[in-house]
Write a protein that binds this ligand. Structure first.
Ligand SMILES: Cc1cc2nc3c(=O)[nH]c(=O)nc-3n(C[C@H](O)[C@H](O)[C@H](O)COP(=O)(O)O)c2cc1C
Length: 195
């Protein structure tokens, strides 16, 4: 197998959930490096009919702290507060993935025969952007974990930060790794070739 493909597969395998974070960036990484990565991935992730409904914003500093503090306040029960509290206190920032509902609605109008499937295509393409971004930022030396406090996060964003018709899909919380990821087990899951 080519060295490039091996490297690609290695990067995919190296991406892990890292909850133990420090609220800083590795010394050789700047926030504009992260912005560049996210921008490129949002641009190059394929979308149904090339409709380009993926969106992302990056929270750092007070924006990151305030949003996660609002999530902590809004969630009931101690166990539900654990990840938002860690995001607020132990992470440097968060990448918020969104989809533009207007793009999905336009696809539904333009291609009514496939109307029912476009919302799930929006889910597929944001998921693809999320995992590519997660893989890329960990290649940069960051650690990250993926959260889904979607409605809470949307409600906590500053007024006017995003258009109302953007749906929050996920939060990739990131910082400098403070500990390696936990063990991970794998099922037997062979991919068959049918001739
Ligand atoms: C679609 C998707 C949703 C996930 N949602 C959450 C989540 O809400 N909270 C969380 O802590 N981890 C979440 N995860 C992380 C998974 O639990 C994790 O990826 C899985 O256990 C495998 O571990 P790894 O990321 O270290 O490979 C999610 C992962 C995926 C792909």
């Amino acid at each position: 197998m080519s060295a490039t493909v091996q490297q690609f597969l290695k990067a995919i395998a190296a991406r892990r959930t890292i909850y133990a974070l420090k609220p800083e960036l590795p010394s050789n990484v700047s926030i504009s490096d992260i912005q560049e990565v996210v921008q490129a991935i949002i641009k190059d992730t394929p979308t149904s009919f090339n409709a380009q409904g993926n969106r992302a914003i990056i929270l750092t500093g007070d924006s990151h702290k305030n949003v996660w503090n609002s999530v902590v306040d809004a969630i009931e029960g101690e166990s539900g507060k654990k990840r938002p509290t860690s995001a607020r206190d132990e992470a440097y920032g968060s990448i918020i993935f969104l989809t533009d509902d207007k793009t999905t609605e336009k696809l539904q109008t333009d291609f009514p025969a496939w109307s029912a499937i476009f919302p799930s295509f929006a889910d597929h393409t944001t998921g693809s952007a999320q995992i590519s971004t997660w893989t890329a930022i960990e290649l940069l030396g960051l650690g990250g974990h993926l959260q889904h406090y979607n409605g809470y996060v949307k409600a906590a964003l500053p007024e006017g930060a995003i258009p109302q018709e953007w749906t929050v899909q996920a939060q990739l919380v990131f910082g400098t790794p403070a500990a390696p990821p936990g063990d991970k087990s794998y099922i037997e899951n062979p991919v068959k070739i049918l001739n």
